[in-house]
Each structure stands twice: as C-alpha cells, then as structure tokens.
Design a protein around this ligand. Structure first.
Ligand code: GDP
Length: 440
C-alpha cells in the first residue's frame, strides 16, 4: 500500500537515524525529503507545507522529554504530524432504537456500490441489523451487483429496476423498510449524470427525502489531487460526515485521497484494500502512519509507542484502583488474567491458593472470559468508555453481534458493575479485587 511514499519516508528516517548528530541543516534536509515524498504521492501542496513547517519548527525548538533521544524525538514529531494530517480515529455514532440512515456519495467508479456491500457485511458482523437501498439508476447493473454482494450476508437490498428517479426510489425504500427492526439503512446513490450540476441537484433531492444521519463520501484512492474538488462539491450539497478511501491496495498516489478529508473537515473512517467483500478496514491514523513509516525500520518509534503504552497502563491502573474503571479497563483485566495461560496455572502459582479452587470452577470462568471477550468486542468505543449508555436496545444489538443471548450481556454488565464497586471499596487491593471480580 502506498509503496512509493513508504520507501521515500523510510529513506528520510534512515538518514536521521544514521546521522552522527542532529543540526539545523539535517532538520532542513529531512523537511525537504518529507516534502518531496508527500508531493510525489500527490498530497496537496498547502498541506505539505503546513506539515513540514510544523516539523521544522518543532524539531528545532522542542526539547526532547527526559529519556527520549533527539533522534527518537524527531521521528516521533514526524509520526505526530503525519497522524495529525489524517485526523483522529472516528466511529459511527449510531442512535439506538431508530433506523440510522447513511447516504453513500461519490462519483461513478469510486467504489460506492462495493463499499455499500462491504459496510453492510461489516456492520452486520458488529450486530447491527442492516438494510440497503440501491438508488444508482444511472449505471446499468449496479442493483444486481449490490444484490449479489449483499445476498451472502443476508442483507436485504431494496431497488426498483424500472424506476429512473433516484429520490423516489429512496423514498419508496425507506417506506419499505419502515416497519422492519433495522439499526442502519445504507443508501447507494448514482455517481454520474450528463452534467455535474444534475448530479448535485439529485443529491440535494435525495438529501431532502432522506434526512440522513450521516453522509459518507467514497473516494477512489488512485485519482490523486482531483478528489479535493470532488470532495468540496459534494460537501457543499450534503455535509459529509465521514470519508471512505477505496483501492488503497492498488494505489501509487493515495496521498491526495488521504488528504481529501481535509477538504470536508470529515474523518476517514474506513479504507478499501481490495475487491473482495472483506477488504474493508477500519481506519486508524496512528496505525496507518506506523505502517507508512515502516515499523520494521524505525525501532525508535516502536520504543516510543511502548513507552507511551506503559504510561497508558499507569493511567489505567490509577483509574481502575480509584473505582473509575470503564468497560475497556474491565476487558484489559480479563485479558491480563487469561494471557498468563490458563487461569488454573495462575491460581496454582499463587501461594496459599492452589487447591482451593476446583477445576470445573476454573473451566467455567475461562468459558465466561471468552464469551465476554466477544460481547465486549461488539460494543462501540462510546459504550466501552461509558457502560451506563447500555440500555436495552443497545444490549439487544450487542447480543446479536456477539452471538450470545441478552442474558449473558446483562450478566457481564452486572459483573462489571460489581467489580467497579468492589474496586471502589477495596481501593486497589489488586489481587483480591481481581479474584473477586472473576467471581471466585
Ligand atoms: P461505483 O460506480 O462507485 O459504485 O463503483 P463500484 O463499486 O462498482 O467499483 C468500481 C470498481 O472498483 C469495481 O471493479 C470494483 O471491484 C473496484 N473496487 C472497489 N473497491 C476496491 C478496492 O478497495 N480495491 C480494488 N482493487 N478495487 C476496488
């Protein structure tokens, strides 16, 4: 993925890592190398200058934090600035108990129809009930393509073969799905008209009929800079809430598309990395930049990430022991316990405890941990951070997504709450807390 950019950024970093000392000249050279690398992969000039200006300023003026070498620090700054360009990680904020309507926008060939079926499958796996409306009337075969791809995920596609008016198909589709217990309706729209203005007018009409909860702009990662104007034009008609970049598997010039989200102020949410239905990845700017900078080559960034992670652990432990644990912390603790190997092994290694716990109790607990892992993985980031959000419709969705009954989800929530309360009461007497939390 983005091989050209990766290798030129990698070369720039190698220069820093191998240098005998850092001086202004070397920083300027790094800045030039990064400029060249980004421009070659079609990132917009203004953004490139902004990034490299920050890079230079910070590299020249900031003192590295204690324990971090100057070289590590500069690599870290580059990592930060590239991650900033790509924004924060962003998730759908579905409102529970209603049909969340998502419009997919984008020009023909951008991969909209493919994305509709990929997303339908992705969200179904997360436990959402999904319906799809195929309103691309311009491209022959779009509806059949959509139906064929969605069939395997058991997602219903509504379409009207002989109706050429997209907004009315959307209207009829919404009516058709009205009484179904869906969480999400994905709407695939047309990407071409004789005149661009006609396309935008149609989008405007669809927007009015749908009153969408989210409009996602699908951008072809191979088209480079042009996508800026495209993104802007769509954004003026329907405010774009998220971006999906496709074809990053085949793209040499994905930089332009990656930066296009800046034109809308919206975050990249997913990337398409192939033609198959499973080739959709949730986009994480930091992971992406990590890959781009070639983790293998930059041990410094790895070390740094590790250090930051450890700092994160301290913060987490403080949160847990002060009784402010969230679902993520609870999951982390479950993972820590199971990571040791078998729970039995852990218990046997604790003086005074071996023999006190029966085998079948341990087996039961291990089963439970693996069930809960699936359940917690089916929660959204917001739910994990604030489990008080878990009302009955969210519990239903999570149960569907994880494949476990609602009773089990409720059991997990009960245990989480008990555990949190106990932690508050025991104020960090960790081992006792862990065992009690595990129901032992
Ligand atoms: P639409 O006109 O926007 O609906 O575009 P389609 O969904 O029909 O996609 C256009 C072409 O791009 C098809 O041949 C897809 O198989 C292909 N395509 C879509 N997404 C990807 C991707 O992530 N990687 C690759 N390599 N091809 C893709």
């Amino acid at each position: 993925m983005l091989d050209g950019l990766k290798s030129s950024l990698g070369d720039a970093i190698k220069k820093i890592v191998k240098s005998s000392g850092i001086d202004e000249e070397l920083i300027k050279e790094l800045s030039k190398d990064v400029q060249r690398a980004l421009l070659q992969s079609d990132v917009n000039v203004r953004l490139v200058l902004e990034i490299t200006k920050h890079l230079e300023e910070r590299a020249l003026n900031e003192t590295p934090p204690p324990g971090l070498s100057r070289k590590d620090h500069i690599v870290k700054i580059l990592y930060d600035e590239l991650s900033n360009l790509l924004g924060n990680e962003s998730e759908f904020d579905f409102k529970p108990g209603k049909q969340n309507k998502i419009i997919l926008l984008g020009i023909q060939g951008s991969g909209k129809t493919t994305v509709a079926s990929k997303l339908a499958k992705f969200l179904t796996r997360q436990g959402y009930k999904v319906g799809v409306i195929g309103a691309d009337t311009y491209r022959p075969g779009a509806l059949v393509q959509l139906k064929t791809m969605c069939e395997k995920s058991n997602v219903e596609v509504f379409g009207e073969e002989n109706n050429k008016d997209s907004p009315s198909i959307v209207k009829n589709g919404l009516k058709h799905f009205e009484d179904q217990p869906l969480d999400v309706i994905l709407i695939d729209t047309a990407g071409r008209h004789k005149e661009e203005q006609d396309l935008l007018e149609e989008m405007d009409r669809i927007n009015k009929v749908t009153d969408p909860d989210l409009a996602l702009l699908v951008i072809d990662g191979t088209i480079g800079q042009q996508c800026f104007n495209q993104a802007e034009a769509f954004h003026k008609t329907i405010p774009v809430g998220g971006v999906i970049i496709t074809k990053l598997d085949s793209s040499a010039k994905g930089g332009g598309a990656l930066a296009a989200s800046a034109a809308t102020g919206a975050q990249i949410m997913y990337i398409g990395t192939g033609e198959r239905i499973d080739d959709l990845e949730k986009f994480s700017p930091t992971r992406f930049v990590g890959r781009l900078l070639g983790m293998g080559d930059i041990q410094a960034v790895l070390d740094l990430a590790k250090r930051l992670e450890n700092e994160g652990d301290d913060v987490r432990m403080k949160r847990i022991s002060s009784g402010k644990m969230n679902m993520d912390d609870f999951f982390y603790q479950l993972e820590e316990v199971t990571k040791v190997g078998s729970l039995q092994g852990l218990l046997e290694s604790m003086p005074g405890l071996s023999g006190m716990v029966k085998d079948d109790q341990v087996n039961q607990m291990e089963d439970r941990v693996s069930k809960w892992r699936y359940i917690i993985q089916s929660m959204t980031k917001e739910e994990k951070a604030d489990p008080d959000l878990l009302n009955s419709s969210r519990i239903k969705r999570i149960a569907r997504g994880s494949g476990w009954p609602e009773g089990e989800v409720k059991e997990l929530i009960k245990n989480y709450k008990n555990s949190k309360n106990m932690m508050k009461a025991s104020k960090g007497r960790q081992m006792q807390g862990t065992l009690r939390r595990m129901g032992l």
